[in-house]
Design a protein around this ligand. Structure first.
Ligand code: AMP
Ligand code: MN
Ligand code: MN
Ligand code: MN
Length: 291
């Protein structure tokens, strides 16, 4: 499955990770598609967090802008007490089990958001829940990003990364631990819906080498088949490191900006380097799922 492919297969402007107003992005699926196409993207996927409500619009907008399309999502998972993100690509967006699983994963977000707001109130930031809601496009999908936008707007921090550092990460006043989907369930929802499960931005997790090894091993055992190698959240050295990991575990490689907003994201759609050679791009294995 992971025999090195022709270098030409890697040279495709595929952007298989980004967010719209259906989760925590600021652009509509249509505006994202236009922006992706203008930046030269040839194969696109919209991967909203725990939600596939934007897929039909995204696929239609991809077509209207001359791009090929893969269905997408990014599922929140709890593994070894850390939040891990699993990208799903090329699944059937009408699959009932998948829809049910994503709905359940979104389930606890409102309650968590109210607790986050209570935590922020204790350090003098009032009305954060209502404030964050103003930035929410999908009421089931209130996320830390929406709180971050509210705190920037209120002048508490200069940008969203400062908000995460000071308020929204472990040990900080607005952080509320949360139990997401299990790794097994997330991979199963995607694969039973004929899609491919992919570990998103692996360098972002604070795992020891042993925990990371366990993540990749269990992921493969559950039927996971890919890993993001070139992503907006990796450095150039991390591209090299995770290209090696992909080979070691026999995983296909993905590429995606993780674009959220023109004002916040440092990596625009379609502007990352191509995948390194010697890897199997996920789109080769998903050829029959491309729309
Ligand atoms: P949630 O799913 O509500 O826990 O929110 C997670 C989202 O917060 C991620 O998908 C990112 O969009 C955003 N995020 C996480 N960490 C950071 C960070 N350090 N700076 C900016 N955004 C972040
Ligand atoms: Mn996000
Ligand atoms: Mn993510
Ligand atoms: Mn993402």
């Amino acid at each position: 499955m992971t025999s090195p492919t022709t270098p030409a297969a890697s040279i495709l402007n595929a952007d298989l990770h980004c967010h719209s107003v259906v989760s925590d992005g600021t652009l509509t699926p249509e505006a994202l598609a236009e922006r992706a196409a203008a930046n030269g993207v040839e194969l696109w996927a919209l991967t909203d967090h725990d939600e596939i409500g934007g897929q039909r619009r995204a696929a239609a907008a991809a077509k209207a802008n001359g791009m090929r399309y893969l269905t997408g999502t990014e599922i929140s998972v709890t593994f070894a007490n850390e939040t891990v993100h699993i990208v799903g690509l090329g699944f059937d967006a009408d699959d009932a089990e998948m829809l049910k699983g994503l709905h359940a994963t979104r389930g606890g977000r409102s309650e968590r958001a109210m607790e986050m707001s209570d935590g922020l109130a204790k350090v003098g930031i009032k009305g954060a829940y209502e404030g964050a809601l103003k930035f929410v496009g999908n009421p089931e999908l209130i996320s830390r990003t929406h709180f971050a936008r509210f705190l920037v707007e209120g002048g508490h921090c200069k940008d969203t990364s400062e908000v995460f550092r000071k308020y929204l990460t472990e040990g900080k006043p607005g952080y509320v631990p949360h139990r997401w989907a299990s790794l097994r369930d997330a991979v199963q929802w995607i694969t039973s819906a004929k899609g491919m499960a992919i570990i998103a931005h692996p360098a972002r997790y604070k795992f020891t080498p042993n925990e990371e090894y366990a993540l990749f091993t269990e992921f493969k055992n559950h039927g996971g088949r890919g890993v993001e190698v070139v992503t907006g959240s990796h450095t150039a050295q991390e591209y090299v490191k995770y290209a090696e990991t992909a080979k070691e575990f026999g995983l296909a490689a993905s590429r995606g900006s993780d674009f959220h907003s023109p004002d916040e994201s440092h990596t625009d759609l379609g502007t990352l380097p191509f995948l390194p050679g010697g890897l199997t791009p996920v789109w080769e294995l998903l050829a029959d799922r491309i729309q």
